[in-house]
Design a protein around this ligand. Structure first.
Ligand SMILES: [Zn+2]
Length: 231
């Protein structure tokens, strides 16, 4: 069951009841607050819980909104995201950031050209970041067998037990720090093929800012889902 409630001051939240025993608060990427509560908990108890946590919730909502503001907005149809920035493409004389070659005559052919250009940029950037990350994990880095780039809808990357790292080609659209976060995550799977404590410790050692990078990537994921990842 879902109901909308306006609580203290400007804090509004959605209550989702289910067969659970405890309460929890979840701040979604757009800054939407979801309070999960047991089926039969009285409303006044839920309100008291939210009131107790309101300062924390409001801080988290502001953080989520600030993260979203980090994503530059596309301004026109000849724009695209590249490494966290809005770039433009155009034909000769347009003064765009990326000029398509003179053999490319149509809008559709130009879009294909931009996609191929981004794909080759992705290969270079991802390969360099992987090469930088491999020595930082020590001997397990030797298990690396190569990079695959795919346009995936549901995940940014994966690492196989055979030592192949697969990265989402759309990752070239987000800032370098976020790309690095995904690269480090997958490279650390060469040492630990799970998400246990040893894995997280290694990620933290190799990339201390990984939590911030992940948070910014969350904001980007939402915007890219609206833009290019829509199924
Ligand atoms: Zn993983």
């Amino acid at each position: 069951m879902t109901q909308n409630v306006t609580g203290i001051e400007s804090l509004s939240y959605t209550i989702v009841r289910s067969a659970r025993r405890t309460m929890s608060v979840e701040i979604q990427p757009h800054g939407i607050v979801v309070v999960r509560a047991p089926n039969r908990m009285p409303l006044y108890e839920i309100e008291r819980f939210v009131a107790l946590k309101s300062a924390w919730i409001q801080r988290r909502v502001r953080d989520a909104q600030a993260r979203r503001a980090l994503v530059p907005q596309l301004t026109g149809s000849r724009s695209f995201y590249h490494r966290g920035e809005v770039r433009t493409w155009g034909f000769a004389g347009d003064g765009a950031d990326l000029t398509v070659p003179s053999r490319v005559k149509t809008e559709n052919a130009a879009i294909s050209y931009v996609e191929r250009w981004q794909r080759s940029e992705a290969e270079q950037v991802f390969s360099t970041m992987i090469a930088d990350a491999l020595p930082t994990i020590g001997v397990p880095g030797l298990r690396y067998q190569g990079l695959r780039i795919r346009a995936m809808r549901r995940r940014w990357g994966s690492c196989s037990s055979t030592g192949h790292v697969t990265l989402n080609g759309h990752l070239i659209r987000v800032p370098d720090g976020c790309i690095r976060g995904v690269v480090v995550h997958e490279v650390c799977h060469l040492a630990h093929l799970h998400h246990g404590p040893a894995f997280h410790q290694l990620v933290a050692d190799v990339f201390p800012d990984h939590a911030l990078a992940d948070a910014i990537l969350d904001a980007w994921t939402h915007v890219l889902y609206d833009d290019v990842l829509t199924p």
